[in-house]
Design a protein around this ligand. Structure first.
Ligand code: TGC
Ligand code: FAD
Length: 387
């Protein structure tokens, strides 16, 4: 029996029929709609906004939220497979879906009132309202407890002042989930981006996630009513709870990027003839390809167990940290090695590895840097907080 080079342990056989169907549907979308345009989008630093209606129609926005809010009610494993197949196309497309689903729709569902859910979730699931998530600030994203953005109660309203940095979807968004200090601890607000005093400025000259919109947000006396506050949570655990959801998706996504790079390097190595034989026939290149297959296999098994724990309601944030750390590191190392196997051709966006490699510099940094996740695991195993 011959094994699949991109699934050596037949992890796919551990999926249910429904899970395989979701994976195949998103894989087809990536093959047919994303891959033909994504190199150009990256070159032109353009997010392919034209894909949003189809992403929404496939049920990929807020996919794990209940059907009564216009969402697909899928499982954690299904959400993971969506992230994996989207990121096989590009991290920017997966980022768009992660932010909309886990960082904007999730807090409205989890911490919002019934009225807020009904007002926003169906339109967000349909892709009519795009959201962004403002947590990071210019003075240091790893330590959000030290945020300067604040919200002051003024009569029945709240007045927000501050700045947020590196915000995905910032210039696309109709609403921003803004986290701010209040007299009562950190709280979240749903801020329509056309509110006076709110502005978004797109960040240019990025060498990573070029097919994604990244912005700085400015809040200068932004006045919102009490009904814009998310009443269900206070303190840092509010935004960190959203991050656990998004980071979970990011444990799966980079497997897609790694598979794209590995598959391209494998195909290239079999065709590229040097010194009278394909480079795939050399021991040095086989070692690299075998190492890629080994690390992808371990990552696939890791996320499937993580997803099963999530669906059983038993997933812990430190498990997510270990998987995010492992899988981002695995993917960026594979992208760099794949780039090398392609030689000079590897520096061109005609091929996937350099694009994924550059994207993964963001993926390994956002949603908690590699160091942050290592320290979360260190805290888990020692019981000592080293932050
Ligand atoms: P710490 O004392 O550890 O925790 C404060 C409270 O939060 C609770 N908590 C969590 N809850 C849910 N999920 C988690 N992952 C949680 N981690 C902690 C904790 O139990 C506690 O609750 P309570 O009830 O006792 O108050 O807080 P700390 O200040 O020591 O910080 C810990 C640290 C460093 C891990 C945290 O600050 C952190 O994760 N920093 C990294 C920040 C980060 O990841 N930012 C991401 C911004 S969003 C983004 O990058 C989007 S990119 C998306 C895309 O484009 O795809
Ligand atoms: P810093 O926190 O300043 O870290 C600098 C360095 O210090 C890092 O190497 C870090 O690992 C290290 N470090 C930190 N703490 C320690 C420690 N205790 N010990 C040792 N080393 C340490 N944020 C949002 O809120 N919303 C978004 O939508 C969003 N989208 C993003 C999109 C992109 C493309 C990028 C690049 C970032 C995005 N971010 C977003 C921000 C992202 O979450 C932050 O960049 C990240 O959390 C790190 O914060 P920082 O960039 O300020 O780096």
């Amino acid at each position: 029996m011959s094994l699949s080079p991109t699934d050596l342990f037949d992890v796919r056989s551990l999926l249910s029929d429904e899970e395989r169907m979701v994976q195949d549907t998103v894989a087809r979308f990536t093959d047919e709609k994303v891959l033909p345009i994504i190199g150009d989008c990256f070159d032109q630093a353009r997010f392919p906004k034209e894909l949003v209606p189809e992403i929404a129609a496939l049920g990929l926005l807020g996919s794990s939220l209940p059907e009564e809010y216009g969402c697909a009610g899928m499982s954690g494993v299904q959400y993971g497979l969506i992230c994996q197949e989207l990121e096989r196309g590009d991290s920017g497309i997966r980022s768009f879906v992660s932010v909309q689903s886990s960082l904007c729709m999730y807090p409205i569902f989890q911490y919002g009132t019934e009225e807020q859910r009904r007002q926003w979730l169906p339109a967000m699931a349909a892709g009519e309202v795009i959201g962004c998530f403002g947590l990071t600030e210019p003075h240091g994203g790893s330590d959000p407890a030290n945020m300067k953005t604040h919200a002051r109660k003024d009569g029945g309203d709240w007045v927000l002042n501050g700045a947020k940095m590196w915000i995905t979807n910032g210039n696309l968004a109709k609403i921003a989930i803004v986290w701010a200090q209040t007299e009562d601890g950190i709280q979240g607000f749903i801020v329509p981006t056309d509110t006076p005093g709110f502005s978004a400025q797109e960040i240019h000259r990025k060498m990573s996630l070029r097919a994604s919109v990244t912005s700085a947000l400015f809040l200068d006396g932004v006045r919102v009513p009490e009904s814009a506050r998310l009443p269900g949570v206070k303190g840092l655990k509010g935004p960190l709870g959203c991050l656990t959801q998004a980071r979970y998706g990011i444990t799966w996504g980079p497997i897609g990027a790694a598979i794209a790079c590995y598959a391209e390097a494998l195909g290239y190595a079999k065709e590229r003839i040097l010194f009278g034989r394909p480079i795939a026939a050399t021991q040095a290149v086989q070692l690299k390809l075998a190492e890629m297959a080994r690390r992808i296999t371990l990552a696939q098994l890791l996320v499937l167990q993580l997803g099963r724990l999530k669906d059983a309601g038993r997933m812990q944030p430190s498990q997510v940290s270990l998987a995010k750390w492992n899988n981002c590191r695995m993917a960026i190392d594979i992208a760099r090695e794949a780039r090398d196997i392609l030689g000079g051709a590897g520096i061109s966006t005609e091929y996937a590895p350099i694009r994924h490699q550059l994207n993964l510099e963001s993926v390994i940094t956002y949603e908690g840097t590699e160091t942050v996740h290592q320290l979360v695991v260190g805290r888990e195993v020692t019981g000592i907080n080293a932050f």
